[in-house]
Design a protein around this ligand. Structure first.
Ligand SMILES: NC(=O)c1ccc[n+]([C@@H]2O[C@H](COP(=O)([O-])OP(=O)(O)OC[C@H]3O[C@@H](n4cnc5c(N)ncnc54)[C@H](O)[C@@H]3O)[C@@H](O)[C@H]2O)c1
Length: 258
């Protein structure tokens, strides 16, 4: 490992989930100090311990917070900044999904998903900004989705929040460039996480059936691993990407090129 995040202090939201855990582990392996934020306290502790146990000298702590609650976010970010003596990187990764046709969506389901995916991303970005402005080379990486760029059926509310995150990425990149803060997004395609595995298992699907779901809809003919999403996040967060801001990076096995 090359210490690509040496001396960097990072917050990763959704740190208890599949991509958040993989990103936290990679950041620690590359020398960053990491605060994982999530609302699921049990899963968060499992994630933190997994990183600590699998990465030599990992500097990783966890803070429980609900990103849809601005006060909770401000409190968590203040704690993280105190703990690490500043913040250089924010990975806005926490998110929820809704499965329904747009015409079946309700006021409650809209409020639910907007409050986490969209407002949560905005609250976290706003709360870290005073700290990032004090960092010489700060970065935000937003975890969007390939479906924030291309269309499909059945997850329109989720897809709309991801398109909005891409838009916020470009706007914040414009507004914060003068403060040396880069803002980029990754757009993952289907990424096999424990969440998906549990969902498909509950539907009675076996491994062959799960693999078949992606085989015709990506050029790579398979799911991404969580590490394949974590590496582009690492790169965008690192100084290696020092001339990249406002970019929406497709990490989708070629899906958007089909
Ligand atoms: N896995 C995929 O196929 C895929 C594809 C494209 C984009 N993404 C995006 O990547 C990100 C991570 O996805 P994942 O697959 O690892 O999902 P995941 O469900 O495993 O993890 C999401 C995490 O966010 C946390 N979270 C949800 N609401 C929260 C809140 N209000 N406050 C704090 N934490 C909250 C959850 O507890 C969970 O730990 C999400 O934004 C998702 O939309 C995932």
């Amino acid at each position: 490992m090359a210490n690509r995040l040496s001396k960097k202090r990072a917050i990763i939201t959704g740190g208890a989930g599949g991509i958040g855990n993989a990103t936290g582990k990679l950041f620690c392996a590359e020398g960053a100090e990491v605060v994982l934020i999530d609302q699921d306290s049990n899963a968060l502790e499992i994630s933190r311990k997994h990183i600590y146990d699998n990465c030599n000298d990992a500097k990783v702590v966890s803070i429980i917070a609900d990103i849809s609650d601005e006060k909770s976010v401000i409190g968590a970010v203040e704690k993280a900044a105190e703990r690490m003596n500043g913040i250089d990187i924010l990975v806005n990764n926490a998110g929820i999904r809704k499965f329904s046709f747009l015409t079946d969506s309700t006021t409650e389901s809209w409020q639910d998903i907007l409050s986490v995916n969209l407002l949560g991303t905005a609250f976290c970005s706003n709360a870290v900004m005073p700290y990032l402005r004090q960092s010489p080379n700060a970065a935000i990486v937003n975890v969007s989705s390939v479906y924030g760029v291309i269309g499909r059926k059945n997850m329109g509310q989720y897809d709309a929040t991801k398109a909005a995150i891409n838009s916020m990425t470009r706007t914040l990149a414009n507004e914060e460039a003068e403060n040396s803060i880069r803002v980029n997004a990754v757009c993952p395609g289907g990424t096999l996480t424990p969440f998906h595995q549990a969902r498909f298992a509950a539907d009675g699907m076996d491994e062959e059936g799960i693999n078949a779901l992606q085989s015709d809809i990506t050029l790579m003919k398979r799911w991404a691993t969580v590490e394949e999403i974590a590496y582009p996040i690492l790169w965008l967060a690192s100084d290696e990407a020092s001339f990249i801001t406002g970019a929406i990076l497709m990490v989708d096995g070629g899906k958007s090129a089909m």
